[in-house]
Design a protein around this ligand. Structure first.
Ligand SMILES: *[C@@H]1O[C@H](CO)[C@@H](O)[C@H](O)[C@H]1NC(C)=O
Ligand SMILES: *[C@@H]1O[C@H](CO)[C@@H](O)[C@H](O)[C@H]1NC(C)=O
Length: 320
């Protein structure tokens, strides 16, 4: 039995020696033969670096929080053969002169959907592109749920496009950041309780039932995705999130109950999709194929399962 004081002491040591500022200052370091070239993202979780070994380019996520990194590494290993998630390379605890550094090496992806949304005119993604994004994002959820994983942190910033391939710069959407992911079911189909008991109702953009105190389940990933789709359509979701909590809860409830009355004008066309979300529950497995068909029905004149491409428009990378 390891003394709890011992582990607490080592955590304190890590945090003291490797503070949040230094986690963003690791360019030049070599990890598993990969050279950290450039900081490409940073947040409360730590930092992400573009890294390379010869011609091979990967992303290395660095954190001082060993538990999140371990959780993410376990999820990515589980998803090793999944084409909708970044390829996993390694997980390592690297001793540095400043303390222990927890890192994950994973596939290098293109920009995330939140940065792509911000670059579009009026910060609104056009309908034909939006339905193809929604289709592929639902395919991402379908894939991870088939591995009995629930993501629990679905937002535009946690989907990214792959690097473009072919003469037309074809891309696919992948879901990433598995720091809060959870293996919710065993191979017999029995639910596994999360003993760490995280309180997801504190997350403002959580799904309605999660805000009501339920544990996040696969259908709640879908509900969170439905908020992200609204945001991508041009709706000011961050402003809605700043409402008083009871008003926000009421909005989430009504969006499930009477979507046609709640959907903003820009997203009205998606009523067929939003109309079935209120019927989702935790007893019946999520029918992702049916949800994708509802996306297709929302814009019949366009093919929602057609490929996405990255194009330069007015000097900006644009998803079409
Ligand atoms: C979870 O957080 C919410 C709001 O942040 C709070 O009202 C609730 O009491 C918390 N629940 C638990 C079990 O701690
Ligand atoms: C939609 O696009 C997909 C992928 O390119 C293709 O396989 C499918 O046949 C298309 N469907 C229609 C109805 O055009």
């Amino acid at each position: 039995m390891v003394s709890p004081f011992f582990s607490l002491a080592s955590v304190l040591l890590d945090i003291r020696m490797l503070r949040a500022e230094t986690i963003k200052d690791l360019v030049g370091l070599d990890i598993r033969g990969f050279h950290l070239n450039r900081l490409i993202g940073a947040g409360s979780y730590g930092a992400v670096y573009e890294s390379s070994s010869g011609t091979e380019k990967i992303a290395i996520k660095a954190s001082i929080k060993g538990s999140d990194i371990l959780n993410e590494a376990a999820a990515l290993q589980r998803l090793y053969y999944c084409q909708y998630t970044p390829q996993y390379y390694f997980h390592e605890e690297t001793p540095t002169p400043n303390g222990i550094l927890h890192t994950i090496g994973q596939e290098f992806l293109g920009p995330d959907l939140e940065s792509l949304r911000r670059k579009t005119p009026w910060q609104a993604i056009k309908r034909p592109t939006l339905v193809r994004i929604a289709w592929q994002a639902l395919s991402c959820l379908q894939a991870i749920h088939s591995y009995r994983l629930v993501h629990r942190d679905i937002k535009l910033g946690n989907f990214a496009i792959s690097l473009p391939t072919g003469p037309n710069n074809c891309v696919t959407i992948k879901i990433f950041d598995f720091g809060l992911a959870y293996n919710y079911m065993d191979e017999n189909g029995d639910l596994i309780d999360d003993e760490t008991n995280p309180n997801f109702s504190c997350m403002k953009y959580c799904a309605f039932e999660v805000a009501m105190g339920m544990e996040p389940m696969p259908k709640d990933d879908v509900i969170q995705l439905s908020y992200a789709i609204l945001y991508a359509s041009g709706y000011d979701f961050p402003r809605k999130l700043r409402c008083p909590p009871d008003e926000l809860l009421e909005w989430k409830r009504e969006l499930l109950r009477v979507p046609a009355q709640i959907l903003p004008p820009l997203a009205q066309f998606l009523t067929p999709f939003y109309a079935v979300l209120g019927e989702l529950n935790d007893l019946v497995p999520v029918d992702h194929e049916m949800l994708k068909q509802k996306i297709q029905e929302s814009l019949p004149a366009h093919n929602a399962s057609a490929n996405l491409y990255i194009e330069m428009q007015d000097g900006e990378e644009t998803l079409v």
